[in-house]
Design a protein around this ligand. Structure first.
Ligand code: AMP
Length: 524
């Protein structure tokens, strides 16, 4: 059996788990002894640094320190969320030639988010290699349930570049429920609420006889622990200005020191009513004198300062219920996932929304990776009687020659699924049909996302409308789309040529993977 790992590739933190020889999942640690690895890459002068080693980059070169690359995977540069990110990120986003979002480093170099994620995956893989004492190749990687086809493909490409073979992409809420042990109980209807460093995801997941089904998924891509830290820093900075007559807003080092202290205080207040914030050397005055800062902070203050953020947890939960046509009393158990759910007020807010006490798992930032490792065990036949069912996050449609989009696969279709669509020639002697594949529900192409442009070349010559191509669209159990075509009368398989694509070209992924294998830096 090949060694395989379960990976939670998170927006702000990632984790990797394996199945021990005794069949139990085990979370691996970084060389620093942490069970989570910051999903951060610092493109320093001595090459890329990943994880904890990259954190110094926030201080030294914030424009070369890439965090949250997951938000950019599979996203077009003109997407409203990318436009919004471009305004707030300390690093620069640029449009790739095919309209994807890439990241600009200095000296005109660019990296795709896939490459950044690949570097994070390589570090996670190295943790597993060290644990097993041999190279790990296979992985189950988790993705948000709402990830579209482009984001899923981008995740797979990142894994390929990192030299990993993806056995399956697994949706995060299903992984969390599996990691929690939901497959062992009776029928239960779960709401999985995942508040991590950067995002809030809610999913309703039904588990019955070992079958996991995601019914609905919503969230807020701009709500996470980082926002709580930012609000704390804003209040503390005001305090510093009042007490020390010093404005830290243009002093990046001071802001960073305050952020570290604020985050530590936030963590402490999950266990204590009060804590002390003490920064011995916040900044230096022109006279050379150090500015010290110390104050007490209560849980009550933290909660009142962050109340507007806590309120934002409510609408996605209500929306998830609405989309699944469920009342809140039809949820049997609320599972809390993500480091931020350790905050009491987060638990209390979610308790109010669902009208019940939520379940806090003992390891909220590890449980998704543990679920992914258990999925590896399931695929290897070590765990029996469990089935992970995913639904198609968006519909898939086809259009010909700039025409309207015709739906092929409906949103929420249970995966795997396969549908057929007929394409007709419209001119005499026409030997190829070109078509576009879209993701979205609209008949209006501009409202959907273009996944790729394709052609079936080498059609038999005939009168217009006499050649009928049957296009077969398959979506695998993890959301990967595959196309095939055949000619109706002869039944012969036709070639499907890709003319335009979103994400990295196959050849580029292969080249980057080879570069990595040969130990070269993976920049284009
Ligand atoms: P994750 O992405 O799931 O690892 O969650 C990371 C977020 O959880 C960060 O914003 C952390 O500051 C936050 N976090 C971790 N531990 C605690 C804690 N004890 N109390 C409050 N927030 C925490």
């Amino acid at each position: 059996m090949r060694r395989a790992v379960g990976i939670d590739l998170g927006t702000s933190n990632s984790a990797v788990a394996v199945i021990d020889d005794d069949g139990r999942p085990r979370i691996l640690t970084t060389p620093e002894g942490s069970t989570t690895l910051p999903s951060v890459v610092w493109f320093s002068n001595d090459g890329p640094k990943v994880g904890h080693a990259a954190l110094r980059g926030f201080d030294e070169s914030p424009d070369l320190t890439i965090f949250g690359a997951k938000r950019l995977l599979g996203r077009r540069f003109d997407h409203p969320e990318v436009r919004r990110l471009a305004r707030v990120l300390p690093y620069e986003l640029v449009a790739a030639p095919n309209g994807d979002t890439w990241i600009a480093l200095n000296g005109g170099r660019t990296v795709a988010p896939e490459e950044v994620s690949a570097l994070v995956l390589m570090e996670l893989r190295a943790m597993a290699d060290r644990f097993f004492g041999e190279a790990v190749v296979d992985a189950v990687i988790t993705v948000p349930a709402w990830f579209d086809a482009a984001a899923r493909q981008a995740t797979k490409d990142a894994a390929t570049i990192a030299g990993l073979n993806v056995r399956r992409l697994l949706s995060e809420p299903s992984a969390a429920a599996l990691g929690y042990g939901a497959h062992r109980g009776d029928k239960r209807r779960y709401a999985v609420c995942d508040l991590g460093g950067g995002t809030f995801d809610v999913a309703l997941v039904d588990v019955e006889d070992g079958v996991f089904e995601v019914l609905s998924t919503t969230g807020d891509a701009f709500l996470g622990g980082d926002d709580f830290d930012r609000v704390l820093v804003e209040h503390l900075a005001r305090d510093v200005r009042r007490l020390r007559s010093y404005d830290i807003s243009s002093d990046a080092t001071a802001v960073d020191r305050l952020r570290v202290a604020a985050q530590r205080a936030k963590h402490a207040l999950s266990s204590y009513e009060q804590t002390t914030i003490a920064v011995a050397n916040l900044a230096e005055l022109p006279s050379g004198k150090a500015i010290e800062y110390e104050r007490n902070l209560s849980r009550q203050e933290l909660e009142s300062w962050t109340a507007p953020l806590l309120q934002r947890l409510i609408p996605p939960c209500q929306d998830a219920l609405l989309r699944a046509s469920r009342r809140r009393d039809q949820v049997d158990q609320v599972l809390l996932v993500g480091g931020m759910t350790r905050m009491m007020a987060v638990q209390e807010t979610l308790a109010q929304v669902f009208g019940q006490l939520p379940t806090t798992v003992p390891n909220p930032d590890e449980v998704v990776a543990v679920g992914a490792a258990l999925e590896v065990a399931r695929l290897d036949g070590i765990i029996d009687g469990v089935l992970m069912i995913d639904v198609c996050a968006r519909g898939i449609a086809v259009s010909i020659a700039g025409g309207a989009c015709e739906p092929v696969i409906a949103m929420n279709a249970v995966l795997p699924t396969r549908e057929y669509r007929a394409l007709l020639t419209h001119a005499d002697e026409q030997t190829r049909i070109e078509f576009d594949l879209w993701e979205g529900e609209s008949i209006e192409p501009s409202q959907n996302r273009l996944l790729g442009r394709y052609a079936t070349p080498e059609l038999p010559r005939a009168a217009a409308g006499d050649v009928l191509v049957v296009l077969e669209v398959t979506i695998d159990s993890d959301g990967t789309i595959r196309l095939a075509a055949s000619e109706l009368i002869s039944g012969e398989r036709l070639m499907v040529e890709q003319l335009l694509h979103s994400g990295l070209a196959r050849s580029e992924v292969v080249r980057l993977a080879r570069n990595f294998n040969e130990g070269r830096e993976i920049l284009r």
